[in-house]
Design a protein around this ligand. Structure first.
Ligand code: CP3
Length: 346
């Protein structure tokens, strides 16, 4: 079977070029909301799925085919590289990542190792290679950002207020910067390896960095993010930044050498462009809970976003955060179709 023509609309939007329609993909588009995913999960743990390139490639590709989206995202997790640097992490279903040896002092930071992606996560490189043969849409590679990864490492698991992380940052700035350096190195080598293996765009998830104010972001986070994006520039693939509850930080993100900003549902596309002065391409940002409402509500909210997004080139439709397990597959299928039809240039 020959591969159908390659759909490059997502990559074009990332480069702020005109597209034939607004490209769309969904964060967590492969996951428990799909009966087919749940079926595979009866046989394997999440970690086992990751370790098995056939299975990881299959769930990545199946989501693309089932939903008709314009990009694939590698099936892995932001925790995937951590065991290789000495972090004892397990993903607990319904909870999230739980870490048995949290980082609490400079000694713990010093004990962290380096990541050698080709040696430590060869299965991921293999999954990427397989996907590039199978897909007719671009493949997005990804990593967690240092703050978000550090928040799990320091708290020991998911958190509401990140007080342990912040206490560490404020009390031991030297150890904090050492940790950011190490995680920065890890993220850079991890993402470069993904691009070498065939990833065609990169998204960095700094999901929880919105917990910091602007001044602290500038002081404690911006330097490592700047180093990461600067170092990834020479890969020549589009770089996307995403975080939740981080509208107050997007002017800071805008200063980074990143190509696309991913918004959650708190800030409209129009305000991001007009009031915050963002010229970079934007990705987002349907409130994910809207997907649990009747279709006419979903359609109305989607139209509002698309009307704003389409005003200039450089817009990718997505949710403001990941798909909830309670969402129906049919809802996302209908949404993808609607986005494509509503935005198609005639
Ligand atoms: O489809 C995709 O988006 C690609 C794969 C992907 C996963 N996690 C798969 C996954 C991506 C991009 C992530 C990123 C991720 N993981 C983030 C950043 C994005 C965000 O949501 O803010 C974060 C914070 C994590 C940490 C994490 N891993 C959480 C909170 C959970 C959910 C725990 C739960 O059960 O509710 C995970 C596990 C996880 N990662 C699952 C999947 C499909 C569920 C595993 C399962 O039980 O089957």
């Amino acid at each position: 079977m020959s591969k159908p023509l390659f759909n490059d609309q997502f990559l074009k939007a990332c480069r702020k070029e005109e597209t034939e329609f607004t490209p769309v993909w969904y964060m967590r588009q492969a996951g428990r909301y799909q009966p087919e995913y749940r079926k595979i999960r009866e046989k394997y743990t999440f970690e086992e799925m990751n370790l098995n390139p056939e299975v990881a490639a299959e769930v990545t590709r199946f989501a693309v085919e089932q939903l008709g989206v314009d990009a694939a995202i590698l099936f892995a997790d932001i925790m995937t590289p951590l065991p290789s640097i000495g972090v004892d992490v397990k993903i607990k279903s319904g909870v999230g990542p739980v870490i048995n040896n949290p980082v609490r002092n400079v000694q713990d930071v010093n004990n962290l190792g380096d990541l050698n992606p080709e040696k430590d996560v060869p299965y991921l490189m293999e999954t990427i290679g397989m996907l590039r043969e199978q897909l007719n849409v671009p493949l997005i590679g990804f990593s967690g950002a240092p703050f978000t990864i550090a928040s799990y490492m320091i708290e020991g698991g998911p958190s509401k207020n990140y007080y342990k992380t912040k206490a560490f940052m404020y009390s031991e700035p030297e150890a904090w910067f050492k940790l950011m350096d190490k995680l920065g190195d890890m993220v850079i080598s991890y993402l470069k390896a993904q691009v070498n293996a065939g990833a065609q765009a990169i998204q960095i998830f700094d999901s929880w960095v919105g917990a910091l104010n602007e001044a602290d972001y500038r002081l404690f986070i911006a330097p490592v993010m700047d180093r990461i994006f600067t170092s990834l520039k020479d890969t020549n693939v589009p770089l996307i930044m995403f975080g939740v509850g981080a509208s107050h930080l997007i002017e800071e993100w805008n200063k980074l050498p990143v190509d696309v900003l991913g918004l959650d549902w708190r800030l409209t596309i129009k305000k991001a462009r007009e009031e915050k002065g963002i010229q970079k391409p934007l990705q987002g940002n349907l409130e994910p809970a809207i997907l649990l409402a009747p279709w006419d509500v979903i359609q109305e909210r989607t139209k509002e976003i698309l009307d704003q997004g389409m005003e200039q080139p450089g817009f990718i439709f997505n949710l403001g955060h990941g798909v909830f397990p309670q969402v129906k597959v049919e809802t996302l299928q209908r949404l993808t179709e609607f986005v494509h039809e509503y935005t198609a240039k005639r």
